[in-house]
Design a protein around this ligand. Structure first.
Ligand code: SPV
Ligand code: MN
Length: 629
């Protein structure tokens, strides 16, 4: 008789480690771990059962193995990724598909058999001399309809430690769910490491995702977005599952916006990387549930959502004591685990660009010993910290986190969905869609953003990014848009949909808003959802009245919002909006073969409204020209 996974594990593992795996009644877990051991051939295997001593073992291992460097403050460490391993690798991230399958132009695929052959070659013996770490986590709160148990295997103590800060522990959830668990599986191998413990073979970096098999393979990379299984890798598996089951996996923050009389209104918001998602979630006067990924499900005709994660892998550039007091505090408080990645270190202290205090004249960063003016191996000037340098911490450390809502297995009732990209010249700062269909098509599915440093490649190029999810889609875009449209049809009380733009500029290229203004857009959204304020109807959506903004700016920010601010920010830019529709229609016609017919109709209706307004009122239409309703 063939050996079972458990038999293999009993042979290969130290008894104490074997006992932990044997305590989970799930043959799939045993098979998968056994297969990966036989392929990667680690020197030994450590199974983490989430006991404090096991968790501590991993934290210490990251330091002992040089993957993290202790900093002066107790519990804080720094991690470096290699020079060419500083962002998500879009080119080498592929979905494994059966022969002849295409998911459309924007989704990278690879033939499943070819991928497995390539991985078998790359991963063969790749953990020799290393320890394999096996961990169990849960996406979403435990004991919930949202929960997805996840098995993570990695040879990186940094990855295993990061996940400890970012996700809910899952060993008990695996025990509870036993053989019925519908798990996600992740295997990560760092590959050959340099003296500084960064990946050497980045040319062989691969992130291959097998949705039907619920498995992700990540090889020859360390950057969190490529390796932390439960983050963007699980997102592809979850989108695939959600499409089959009629719920949504979204690149969204979750927050509670305070309204009059102590009211709290839950808002979910999708923004591409580096477009204000975390800073919106962190608005100090409000409460936060999540800053990156949410699952949304229908219940009793409404939408409920959870934060998939329990921690933050946030961008550190620009974090300063004035704008980000809550994060700043945690970054300077000892006594809890916190990882800085790809920052500048000097005398045990972390530094980063735009932190609001002077940087040291030299230090240790992702290139090694950094000095001003130095150039990297590609001839580019090396900045003191990387533009995509990050911090990793548990949300419970942040004092604006609503811990009760975060851990509520029921999720929170979502009243508004907000979509915002980096857009210098088209959208007004905030507008409400006319309804679910109009919102999903003209705000969510039409989202675009100017590129940033979160992915490898050129910055500042306008990209089509429906729902800010383009990088993470595992079903064809048209089907994904269709499933968003369908989802709304089942709802008795759908959330209202809004488009926001924090990055609008004047003709001279100057930003028209300050960073802190976004709180006013959120407060207006909160009032709109409850029908507490009126709006002006423009061809592209419903916009605020001057008086309401004037009051909100004064009450919330103590700022004088003038009629000319309103005029500059909320003037409808007809030519730019028409050009945008052309771009979006072209993108869907050329790259999305299965786009829903309604998408083109709704965009055409919007074009006609814009043309009619242009004929009467010209190219740039003052907000006061639109009627109030
Ligand atoms: C993003 O880039 O959207 C992130 C960080 O949230 S990563 O883990 O790289 O995806
Ligand atoms: Mn993200």
């Amino acid at each position: 008789m063939r050996d079972t996974g458990l038999d293999v594990l009993q042979r290969l593992l130290a008894p104490e480690q074997f006992a932990k795996l044997a305590a989970i009644d799930n043959p799939e877990v045993h098979e998968f771990v056994a297969q990966q051991i036989q392929l990667c051939r680690p020197e030994r295997v450590f199974v983490c059962d989430d006991s404090p001593s096991d968790v501590e073992y991993i934290r210490k291992a990251a330091i002992e193995r040089g993957e993290e460097i202790p900093l002066s403050l107790d519990g804080h460490t720094a991690h470096f990724d290699g020079y060419y391993d500083q962002g998500r690798d879009k080119k080498n991230t592929r979905l494994m598909v059966p022969p002849g399958t295409s998911l459309g132009g924007d989704i990278n695929t690879i033939d499943q058999q070819e991928a497995l052959r390539e991985l078998a070659g790359l991963m063969d013996g790749l953990m020799q001399g290393r320890e394999m770490i096996v961990r169990f986590f849960c996406l979403g709160p435990t004991h919930s309809v949202f929960s997805i148990p996840c098995l993570q295997i990695t040879d990186s103590a940094y990855v295993a430690h990061s996940e400890d800060l970012l996700y809910r522990k899952g060993f008990q959830e695996f025990r509870r769910q036993g053989p019925d668990a519908r798990i996600f599986r992740f295997i990560h191998c760092s590959g050959v490491l340099s003296e500084r413990k960064t990946c050497v073979n980045v040319k062989d970096r691969r992130v291959y995702i097998d949705c039907p098999d619920r498995t992700v393979y990540s090889v020859n990379t360390q950057y969190g977005g490529n390796t932390i299984g439960l983050k963007k890798l699980a997102m592809r598996l979850a989108i695939f599952r959600a499409e089959q089951e009629g719920w949504l996996t979204e690149h969204m923050l979750l927050m509670g916006v305070r309204g009059p009389g102590g009211r709290k209104t839950w808002v979910a918001g999708a923004y591409p990387s580096m477009c204000g998602k975390t800073s919106t979630a962190m608005i100090p006067s409000e409460t936060m549930v999540g800053d990156d990924i949410a699952y949304l499900r229908e219940r009793d005709g409404s939408v409920y959502a959870v934060n998939v994660e329990a921690g933050m892998f946030g961008i550190i550039q620009g974090i300063n004591s004035g704008d980000d007091p809550i994060i700043w505090d945690v970054l300077h408080t000892p006594g809890h685990s916190l990882i800085f990645s790809n920052v500048l270190i000097k005398d045990g202290k972390p530094y980063w660009i735009d932190m609001g205090t002077p940087l040291p004249p030299d230090g240790l960063n992702h290139v090694g010993h950094w000095t001003p003016g130095m150039v990297g191996p590609d001839g580019k000037r090396v900045t003191p910290s990387h533009a995509n340098a990050r911090f990793t911490l548990p949300l419970r450390e942040l004092k604006n986190t609503d811990v009760e809502a975060l851990e509520n297995p029921e999720g929170v009732l979502v009243r508004a969905l907000v979509y915002g990209g980096r857009d210098s010249d088209t959208w007004v700062p905030v507008q409400q869609a006319f309804g679910w269909e109009h919102g999903i098509i003209t705000k969510a599915a039409s989202l675009e953003s100017e590129t940033t440093a979160a992915t490898l490649g050129q910055e500042g190029v306008r990209e089509f990014n429906p729902m800010s999810n383009i990088d993470f889609l595992s079903v064809p875009i048209g089907r994904y848009v269709g499933m968003n449209l369908e989802f709304g049809k089942t709802l008795a009380t759908p959330p209202s949909i809004f488009g926001v733009n924090y990055f609008i500029r004047d003709r001279q290229g100057r930003f028209l808003n300050q960073r802190t203004d976004k709180v006013v857009w959120l407060k207006w959204i909160e009032l709109r959802v409850h029908g507490d304020v009126k709006a002006r109807r423009t061809p592209t959506g419903l916009i605020p009245l001057y008086e309401d903004l004037k009051r909100l700016f004064a009450d919330v920010l103590g700022k004088n919002f003038t009629p000319s601010d309103y005029e500059a920010q909320f003037t409808l830019r007809v030519p730019e909006n028409l050009t945008k529709i052309d771009r979006i229609v072209k993108a869907y016609r050329e790259t999305v073969p299965d786009a829903p017919a309604r998408l083109f109709e709704v965009l055409e209706e919007e074009r006609q409204r814009l043309l009619a307004a242009q004929a009467h009122l010209g190219d740039y239409i003052s907000p006061d020209r639109f009627g109030v309703e």
